[in-house]
Design a protein around this ligand. Structure first.
Ligand code: PLP
Length: 314
């Protein structure tokens, strides 16, 4: 599955300045510590052709989560939320984007390669905001065929999934590789009690008897902003019950519908789990409804929740 855009931006933001993307270099020896505790965010901006406007979706909440994760790794952070939000708007303007974009703020401490464990809260950090043209990982009409991974999801007392830390993605990567070599598109991870958590890079919801069910935020998942978005859409717009509770593995096999949800994945239907069809093996009606409603909200075609959209162009 080709999921990463090879396209690069003209400009990148680094430590307070917008500079040419190709000039944002670093010594090779600096990567030792970088991703052990490095923190990042994944944000999307959507182009609205009718309004000639680019909307950043839920910028406030993403930066809030970025700052919370930075606090937990005890990095110093010399910026306010407002400064980072403005930096992102300025960067998208500098790159003259008039299309859908993925935005990735990240922070790390440079460490020589032999220095992996030293926690030095006072050490300077590199703060970077990258961006690149991005539509979707995959056409939602194709759906995904998934397996339950034999790898367990990291947990709050081992490696907290609540932190959006680069290292956490080693767990997801192991599961994604296992799924791929076994002929599946993507995995679902269980926690150490065998309960459903999420996929690498996206949360998960199932539909049973007309209700949408998703694991609680204390069930070993990232506190997903898309999860919060669809909770509002289901409850307030679509009038479909949204339940947060523990999900058993076997509920995946008997669910009427299943979908992944996340900033990058948006809403991605799951058509089979461990080669058992989900429902009739086609995208279900609730998955279709939320896919459409989510797109209307993120692009600003729906005027609901204007506070979720930050306009880039005047
Ligand atoms: C592990 C993981 N879970 C869930 C999500 C979904 O979170 P969000 O909706 O905030 O993008 C992501 C995506 O960023 C993720 O990486």
């Amino acid at each position: 599955m080709a999921i990463y855009s090879e396209e690069t931006a003209d400009y990148i933001w680094r430590n307070g300045k917008i500079i040419p993307w190709k000039d944002a270099t670093i010594h090779v020896n600096a990567v030792g510590h970088a991703s052990v505790a490095g923190i990042f965010e994944g944000i999307k901006a959507y182009w609205n052709e009718d309004e000639s406007q680019l909307y950043i979706f839920r910028l406030e909440e993403h930066i809030e989560r970025f700052i919370q994760s930075i606090k937990m790794v005890r990095y110093g952070f010399g910026y306010t939320k407002e400064q980072i939000k403005s930096a992102i708007v300025e960067l998208l303007r500098a790159n003259r984007y008039r299309r859908n974009v993925y935005i990735r703020p990240y922070i790390f401490q440079k460490g020589i390669v032999r220095e992996l464990l030293q926690a030095q809260p006072d050490k300077p950090t590199e703060v970077v905001i990258d961006s690149w043209p991005f539509d979707s990982y995959r056409d939602p009409d194709k759906g995904l065929h998934v397996c339950v991974s034999s790898w367990r999801r990291i947990s709050d007392n081992i490696m907290p999934p609540r932190l959006k830390c680069f290292s956490n993605y080693h767990n997801g990567r192991l599961a994604a590789m296992e799924a791929a070599v076994s002929g599946y598109d993507w995995p679902v991870l269980l926690d150490d009690r065998g309960k459903v958590t999420e996929g690498p890079g996206a949360c998960l919801a199932i539909v049973r008897d007309g209700k949408v069910i998703t694991p609680e935020i204390t069930n070993g998942i990232l506190e997903s902003i898309t999860r919060d978005t669809i909770k509002h859409i289901f409850e307030e717009l679509l009038k479909i019950p949204f339940v947060e509770r523990t999900i058993d593995r076997t509920e995946l096999y008997i669910a009427d519908e299943i979908f992944f949800l996340g900033t990058g994945w948006e809403i991605m239907p799951v058509l089979s789990v461990d080669r058992l069809s989900v429902g009739d093996g086609k995208t279900g009606s609730i998955s279709k409804k939320i896919t459409g409603a989510y797109r209307e909200v993120v692009t600003g075609k729906s005027k609901n929740w204007p506070e979720w959209r930050t306009a880039v162009w005047d």
